[in-house]
Design a protein around this ligand. Sequence first.
Ligand SMILES: *[C@@H]1O[C@H](CO)[C@@H](O)[C@H](O)[C@H]1NC(C)=O
Ligand SMILES: *[C@@H]1O[C@H](CO)[C@@H](O)[C@H](O)[C@H]1NC(C)=O
Ligand SMILES: *[C@@H]1O[C@H](CO)[C@@H](O)[C@H](O)[C@H]1NC(C)=O
Ligand SMILES: *[C@@H]1O[C@H](CO)[C@@H](O)[C@H](O)[C@H]1NC(C)=O
Ligand SMILES: *[C@@H]1O[C@H](CO)[C@@H](O)[C@H](O)[C@H]1NC(C)=O
Ligand SMILES: *[C@@H]1O[C@H](CO)[C@@H](O)[C@H](O)[C@H]1NC(C)=O
Ligand SMILES: *[C@@H]1O[C@H](CO)[C@@H](O)[C@H](O)[C@H]1NC(C)=O
Ligand SMILES: *[C@@H]1O[C@H](CO)[C@@H](O)[C@H](O)[C@H]1NC(C)=O
Ligand SMILES: *[C@@H]1O[C@H](CO)[C@@H](O)[C@H](O)[C@H]1NC(C)=O
Ligand SMILES: *[C@@H]1O[C@H](CO)[C@@H](O)[C@H](O)[C@H]1NC(C)=O
Ligand SMILES: *[C@@H]1O[C@H](CO)[C@@H](O)[C@H](O)[C@H]1NC(C)=O
Length: 455
Amino acid sequence: MRLNRKNFIVSSLLTLTTFISHSKALELDLDDPQSLINATSLVAYGLMDYYTGDQYGKTVGMFSPPYYWWEAGGAWGSMIDYWWFMQNDSYNDIIMQAMLHQTGENNNYIPLNQSTTEGNDDQAFWGIAAMTAAERNFTNPPKESPQWLYLAQAVFNTMALRWDDTTCGGGLRWQIFVWNTGYDYKNTVSNGALFHLAARLARYTGNTSYADWAEKVWDWMYDIHLISNGTYMFVYDGASATDNCTQLTKYQWTYNQGLLLSGSAYLYNFTGSEIWHERTKKLLNASQVFFNSTTGVMYEAACQPSLSCNTDQRSFKAYFSRFLGLTAQLVPETSDHIMRLLNISAKAAARSCSGGTDGHTCGLNWFIDGWDGYYGLGEQMSALEVMINTKALQRPAPYTSTTGGSSQGNPAAGTETNPTNLAALHITAGSRAGAGIITAIIGISIIACALWLIV
Ligand SMILES: *[C@@H]1O[C@H](CO)[C@@H](O)[C@H](O)[C@H]1NC(C)=O
Ligand SMILES: *[C@@H]1O[C@H](CO)[C@@H](O)[C@H](O)[C@H]1NC(C)=O
Ligand SMILES: *[C@@H]1O[C@H](CO)[C@@H](O)[C@H](O)[C@H]1NC(C)=O
Ligand SMILES: *[C@@H]1O[C@H](CO)[C@@H](O)[C@H](O)[C@H]1NC(C)=O
Ligand SMILES: *[C@@H]1O[C@H](CO)[C@@H](O)[C@H](O)[C@H]1NC(C)=O
Ligand SMILES: *[C@@H]1O[C@H](CO)[C@@H](O)[C@H](O)[C@H]1NC(C)=O
Ligand SMILES: *[C@@H]1O[C@H](CO)[C@@H](O)[C@H](O)[C@H]1NC(C)=O
Ligand SMILES: *[C@@H]1O[C@H](CO)[C@@H](O)[C@H](O)[C@H]1NC(C)=O
Ligand SMILES: *[C@@H]1O[C@H](CO)[C@@H](O)[C@H](O)[C@H]1NC(C)=O
Ligand SMILES: *[C@@H]1O[C@H](CO)[C@@H](O)[C@H](O)[C@H]1NC(C)=O
Ligand SMILES: *[C@@H]1O[C@H](CO)[C@@H](O)[C@H](O)[C@H]1NC(C)=O
């Protein structure tokens, strides 16, 4: 993901009043199961409208620009959720094909041809989708392909290897590769996603080493105040490694709060520890900043009011909704509170799905009782996730390896020694010169490939 913390002026800014559609919105009647089935099938269909990977000349698993590779990982996670909650398997073959096509040369979701955009957070969102597939017992890949649990472990292992003690007392950098903007930034989404994935792997496998890792990441984030220690447990965007993480960038995003909230819920569910119980409750309490104080409808507080949400940010409410649903499943005492939030927002989101040529394209702002003129993959994902997660309590909680999950893994996934495995490179200050050489080699390879194609 690129420059996610900067608020870009949204190019497709439209005058709200002119474009509010008058076509019939999706009215969600949560007491009528058929209403949710009908509405979500249209929203899911609209999401898949953006998928171009099955078209001639396009790449399987990818959505076309402006959607970066990472968001495809997010979107496949949403489609797995759609299958799981609505029990509609129409898209399962496409999901499977996409998830397996993008695993990369080393089956760790670092395809080399994404190395100009891929950061730790990007890799993590594919890993989270694979983890979801394992926990929901999604159809296992063919025997000769990497399995869901294996992929999630490979993402975790390669991320953990990049833990960087040289500045800030630890933490993951935003970027994997030194040549990408943001390499000097240590951000919450990268570290929060490592924490989150570790928590889920701990609960699924029962291996406490993952829980130890989760705790280590949490402690580091808390120590440098990415997780606030005051009355409210807020989660901030990140800190610059160039000043040893003493200056925080204080944007608050829904998905960051959600990564830590649900990660804590997994750890509480796994360990029964009072510490994770408290953290879960405090993070949920602080989540109120993302709900309109009069209507209770969810919004992306850092960019929605200023009409400045970029393409990435327009999908964040999808993950937040997903993480709220998981928390409700794993910590029963939070479920009433969370379902109230989700129900209100789901109805509002459905009413925003009244735009576009199909008459049910979803918007970004769910406050206005109609479509706000925005449209895109993120808008579809967010509306879909908030709507389907109203069913969180009617479907089983995530399975573990002993309660219904059948996916097979390998604790060493992604770390097998392989000199061509860039992914496992632990780039430290000392090896930055080496990274320059790698850049050159990749550059030359790209040119060589291009020449070869031309010839
Ligand atoms: C759902 O869609 C079907 C087929 O279009 C329609 O017959 C039915 O009335 C719809 N039900 C609800 C509750 O919207
Ligand atoms: C399942 O999804 C497909 C594709 O969107 C849709 O045509 C179909 O009506 C859905 N089935 C149900 C039962 O929702
Ligand atoms: C990128 O590489 C993967 C293999 O890791 C390949 O499947 C995919 O088609 C490539 N994508 C593009 C856009 O070339
Ligand atoms: C950088 O921050 C870490 C963690 O807060 C601290 O332990 C370390 O001493 C700091 N280093 C410098 C050079 O200030
Ligand atoms: C809480 O965080 C603030 C910085 O936001 C810091 O100054 C203060 O020392 C912290 N307090 C504790 C108890 O860690
Ligand atoms: C949230 O935290 C605030 C401050 O500690 C407290 O006053 C409030 O009662 C809490 N709300 C809930 C729902 O726990
Ligand atoms: C863990 O989640 C399951 C499934 O919702 C629930 O039955 C169980 O009570 C939870 N355990 C704890 C300690 O909250
Ligand atoms: C939310 O809606 C569901 C129906 O989808 C209903 O069963 C549940 O009681 C509602 N929960 C709350 C807290 O409103
Ligand atoms: C909350 O919702 C109301 C009613 O839609 C709206 O007027 C207000 O601007 C919203 N507040 C924020 C902070 O967006
Ligand atoms: C999980 O999938 C396996 C393999 O398809 C199947 O045998 C098993 O019954 C499934 N478990 C559950 C809980 O559905
Ligand atoms: C538990 O996980 C750790 C960290 O990935 C791994 O090194 C260890 O082999 C695993 N243990 C078992 C019994 O799988």
